[in-house]
Design a protein around this ligand. Sequence first.
Ligand SMILES: Cc1cc2nc3c(=O)[nH]c(=O)nc-3n(C[C@H](O)[C@H](O)[C@H](O)COP(=O)(O)O)c2cc1C
Length: 283
Amino acid sequence: MKHDPRRALVITYSQTGQTEIYGRLIAAVWESAGLRAVTADVRTFNMAALPSFDLIMVGVPVFYWDVPSNVVGALSSAPRLGGVPVASFVTYGGDGGNQRNTARRLLKLLWRRGGLPVGMETFGAVSTFAPTWSMGNERRILTFSHRPDEETYNRVRRYAAAVLGRAREGTAVSYRKEFFPADFLRGRPSVAFNKIMTGRHTIDASACTACGICEKKCPVGAIDLRTFTVDTKRCISCLGCINNCPAGAIDMTYLGKKVYGFSEFKKRHGITDSLPAELKKKS
Ligand SMILES: Cc1cc2nc3c(=O)[nH]c(=O)nc-3n(C[C@H](O)[C@H](O)[C@H](O)COP(=O)(O)O)c2cc1C
């Protein structure tokens, strides 16, 4: 059945902004094709409003070889979508990290709610897994070639156009699950393992400026700035706190080594965000 999507939604979960940039670019492509495209954050979007859109894209980073658990929770409770075309994309920080299965799982969450699957894709980004660089393995991150650049932005643009085309035609797609040997470790077991490796995870009250970014970024409400504590049982190890704290006040160790966040890593290596042209115009 053909569709004529007019009101599109691009909803992302993004801890350090890369997934959000790709999502905003998809919205910009759809806007230039004549749609009204809204962007939103999974953490604050009211899922009850999903069926009021007639084309939906969801984008998330791959965390622990999987869809982040807070996103699984949010989408599982979404209302029925009644055949609305749906698509997914994931961003990732290195090859071999179960990316396609993760994009497929994300799409399945929407398809299970009654959406018509019209695409899934994976886009490389800079890895934000802070223990990697904190343990001295910066090279692994810096040499991963599929970082946000014009080539990736072109792939994002082509994907946005292809999804819109399939949505208009009403053409459903299906994807096979890929063999991934460590699939049984994705998500929860990996998070549990990571927590064992993490020694200290708290807030240094003397460095904290109480800006509230860590509380805002935490998807599970595990941070309490009144007491400078992190509820490590509730924490899902997304590293949103340490990666975003502008004061370096998150006190975390990994295998005994002090962990530092993504903003510091970018500063040390002169990494700057180069936005696609469409978004430069807007900002
Ligand atoms: C806690 C955590 C776990 C991650 N796990 C994976 C993974 O399993 N596979 C992978 O390719 N990248 C992994 N990454 C890298 C992110 O997927 C990648 O950096 C992503 O683009 C970040 O998106 P954002 O900037 O929108 O938050 C991980 C990053 C973090 C912080």
